[in-house]
Write a protein that binds this ligand. Structure first.
Ligand SMILES: [Zn+2]
Length: 315
């Protein structure tokens, strides 16, 4: 029996309908024409926060460029692409402007996790919001050249920063992280970070390191966090995770051995779960109230895949 047919079939933040139109990024005249297009709209971001327009029946994340610039001085404007021909931009406000905006009746200031969790905007907006947040956040953290230390300038519609002093070109980064379910037969390992809600258990995860393949990163993280050696590693799916700019690479890992040795500096708790218990957690029907992460997270889908397919996840 499937755990719950109602949750969305894919995690949040991926599956964008935006055509990124990268060929337009290098031409200032084309970018200006796109910005002047009457169909142009933008998402407004300030640090970790997203600005939404309050409507009678919900929230609208899209503003005209004029309306966005009227909210406050923009630090950056980035070109996200086009949606059915309509230009889409991201506007980054000075983070200091966000706090006073919370007092405004016509706006809602919230964060991207809450927006996804509460379904505050139509699901199609989540991916371009993630694109805007990750890109604007990159600008905020890369104001100076990492080669020579001089201030850098945005270029290419926000998809590059150039150093006028040493001519270095800097590109937005995405940090690969692996998130995996270590499986042995009909059981798998879930862990708890101290940051999690008390009843939530999830897949193990960690950043891939320089010089490492995805498979090697998966095996190392499982070995470090719970002391289990893994053999086969199978890719499942990935999820953009703009907190601040990760790509979560979901995998299954075939674990050898039984004994879990927890690295308490990384995780608070870890133990084996069988498929029956996981099914109750996915359905929010566990007798002790234990849960998996919500369907917005790829961990939910990794766990659900194991419950539905068992050991077949490797075939
Ligand atoms: Zn430089």
């Amino acid at each position: 029996m499937p755990p719950d047919p109602s949750p969305p079939s894919r995690p949040a933040y991926g599956g964008s309908r935006i055509e990124r139109a990268a060929a337009c990024r290098g031409d200032e005249a084309v970018l200006a024409a796109l910005a002047a297009d009457e169909r142009a709209r933008c998402y407004v971001i300030g640090g970790e926060f997203v600005v939404l327009k309050k409507e009678r029946d919900g929230f609208d994340p899209l503003f005209s460029l004029q309306a966005a610039h009227a909210i406050g001085a923009a630090r950056e404007r980035v070109f996200l692409g086009t949606l059915d021909g309509a230009p889409r931009f991201g506007v980054g406000l000075e983070p200091a402007l966000i706090e006073p905006l919370k007092a405004r009746d016509d706006l809602k200031i919230t964060d991207l996790r809450t927006i996804a969790l509460q379904g505050a905007v139509a699901a199609d907006h989540l991916s371009p919001l993630a694109e805007a947040k990750a890109l604007i956040g990159w600008h905020a953290r890369h104001r100076f050249c990492s080669d020579c230390g001089a201030p850098t300038l945005p270029a290419q519609g926000g998809w590059r920063r150039d150093c006028p002093a040493c001519k270095a070109e800097h590109f937005p980064r995405t940090d690969p992280a692996v998130i995996m379910l270590a499986i042995a037969g009909k059981r798998c390992v879930l862990g708890r970070s101290p940051r999690f809600p008390k009843t939530m258990w999830s897949c193990l995860s960690g950043f891939a390191e320089p010089g490492e393949s995805i498979e090697e990163a998966v095996r190392r993280e499982v070995r470090e966090e719970v002391g289990l050696a893994c053999v086969r590693v199978k890719y499942f799916a990935s999820q953009p995770w703009p907190f601040p700019a990760s790509l979560m690479i979901g995998c299954y890992a075939e674990a050898r051995g039984e004994t879990i040795v927890i690295d308490r500096s990384e995780i608070e708790e870890a133990r084996w779960f069988d498929r029956e218990e996981l099914e109750l957690m996915l359905r929010r029907a566990h007798p002790q109230g234990l849960t998996t992460p919500p369907p917005l997270a790829i961990a939910y889908h990794i766990i659900r895949g194991f419950v539905e397919k068992g050991g077949d996840v490797f075939n």
